[in-house]
Design a protein around this ligand. Structure first.
Ligand code: ADP
Length: 446
């Protein structure tokens, strides 16, 4: 119901703007037409008035000089020649009225007169028909009426066309949003008229459309990453959970024996702990990889974090007979990062080095600044990593063939890589079988 009404509303919106513009346009046009008509009317009236006044002046002069006969002769002569046919009347001392000129067929109601009293009491009156003027004004009115009608049509039609083209991109945006709501698919995009236009060259709606598409890209990326993370986590947890179930099933299927049950339960607890650690680490990796990990960023002195991690592993290394050395330069290497997550990076690398290096070996941890990058390097004299395994060590749950004897989930390096990349950094490894491994983390400074 509401989705049926929306296009109507959008159309009404366009129509409303069109009507507003048309109304303003028409009011303006009508005002101009009125002023034009009024000024024309006034100037025509003034012209007639001037003609009357000048003729009156002329006739009174003639009358004053030559008397009635001279005036009568002048008027007659003029009436025959002049195109301007006037009504002329002389009223002698208020008694006798002599009409010198009265063109036939004049409508007395459409005569405009001017009168002048002479010194001797004679009145000279000149009249002019207003018919021609009124006829002209009537034609002018008709023409202006037609023009006004034309203006209304153009204003409405033009306004409608202009607003249609202005509202069109909004409608496209609405259509895309509606499609996404209906289908749940975020791969729909709003068509862009000129994709090559730079941000500054776009109008407001073009910019909104472009930003809307960028937002959709972002949402789609996040949804895909979260879906992938969920797939990975559920896939990765299947094996340990199946193992857990197998242990319990085996215990139940065998003859009742408290000792056997106890053993199965202990195994289950151990396996459950592994699953929990695994679940947490997998979630961390997925979050870091998809960009949804919340990093509590602050200026962190990398040497401080690394020294603390080294302290944690010192006992383990000592017990095993591995020399653990740390070299933090005098440089103040401060990165803008999440202290806890960076500590996890250092701890995982040091843990691996100490774990895989046999007794008598050594682990060197170093923090330094190189070309405005913060570098953390963990070098060991362990067995090294075979070249065919090297590309895989960053993969989730991968464990080297010769490493299976050591504890581990195969998630440490994946987490290191995910966290470092979430900090816009890189991590690399150099390793040669028999010659130890060197892990180098590089982070932007500041
Ligand atoms: P885990 O150590 O739990 O097996 P990791 O993700 O930390 O998992 O490491 C993946 C694999 O990379 C290890 O199984 C091991 O084969 C190899 N590896 C990592 N660090 C070292 C190292 N310092 N020396 C030798 N091999 C290593």
């Amino acid at each position: 119901m509401s989705s049926d009404r929306r296009p109507l509303l959008a159309r009404a919106f366009g129509l409303r703007i069109a009507l507003w513009y048309a109304t303003l346009f028409v009011i303006g046009a009508i005002a101009i037409v009125f002023v034009t008509y009024y000024l024309t009317k006034i100037s025509l009236e003034q012209r007639d008035h001037q003609i009357l006044q000048s003729k009156l002046g002329e006739y009174t002069t003639v009358y004053a000089r030559g008397g009635f006969d001279r005036l009568a002769a002048t008027v007659r002569a003029e009436q025959q020649a002049a195109p301007e046919r006037l009504f002329v009347r002389v009223v002698s001392r208020g008694v006798e009225a002599v009409v010198l000129s009265n063109p036939n067929g004049w409508d007395p109601s459409k005569i405009e007169t001017a009168t002048l009293a002479l010194d001797d009491g004679t009145l000279v009156q000149v009249g002019k028909s207003t018919e021609a003027r009124e006829d002209l004004l009537a034609r002018f009115r008709a023409a202006l009426g037609f023009v006004t009608l034309l203006v209304v049509v153009i204003a409405l039609g033009g306004g409608w066309l202009v607003t249609q083209s202005a509202v069109y991109p909004i409608r496209r945006l609405t259509a895309t949003v509606r499609r996404i709501i209906r289908t749940g698919r975020t791969d729909a995009r709003v068509p862009v008229d000129d994709p090559s236009a730079s941000e500054g060259n776009q109008d407001a709606i073009g910019e909104l459309t472009a930003l809307f598409n960028v937002m959709l890209d972002k949402i789609e990326g996040l949804v895909a990453a979260m879906r992938g993370a969920l797939d990975n986590v559920s896939h990765d947890l299947r094996t340990p959970l199946t193992r857990l179930r197998g242990t319990a099933e085996l215990a139940l299927a065998s003859p009742p024996d408290v000792e056997r049950y106890r053993e199965a339960l202990a195994l289950s607890v151990e396996e459950t702990d592994r699953v929990l650690v695994m679940l947490n680490t997998l979630m961390d990796i997925s979050e870091a990889e998809s960009g949804t990990m919340k990093l509590q960023r602050e200026p962190v002195r990398l040497s401080e974090v690394v020294e603390r991690a080294v302290d944690l592993y010192r006992d383990v290394a000592d017990t095993k007979g591995v020399a653990l050395n740390v070299a933090v330069g005098a440089d103040d290497v401060t990165v803008n990062g999440d202290r806890t997550r960076l500590a996890q990076v250092a701890a995982n690398l040091i843990d691996n080095a100490a774990k895989y290096t046999p007794p008598g070996g050594r682990v060197d941890v170093e923090v330094r600044r190189e070309d405005s990058r913060a570098i953390l390097r963990v070098r060991d004299t362990g067995p090294g990593i075979p070249p065919d395994e090297l590309p895989q060590i960053w993969t989730r749950l991968f464990r080297g063939d010769s490493s299976r004897a050591e504890r581990g989930l195969g998630l440490g390096l994946s987490l290191v890589k995910a966290i470092v990349e979430a900090h816009e950094g890189t991590v690399a490894v150099e390793s040669e079988v028999g010659n130890g491994s060197t892990f180098t983390v590089s982070l932007p400074i500041g």
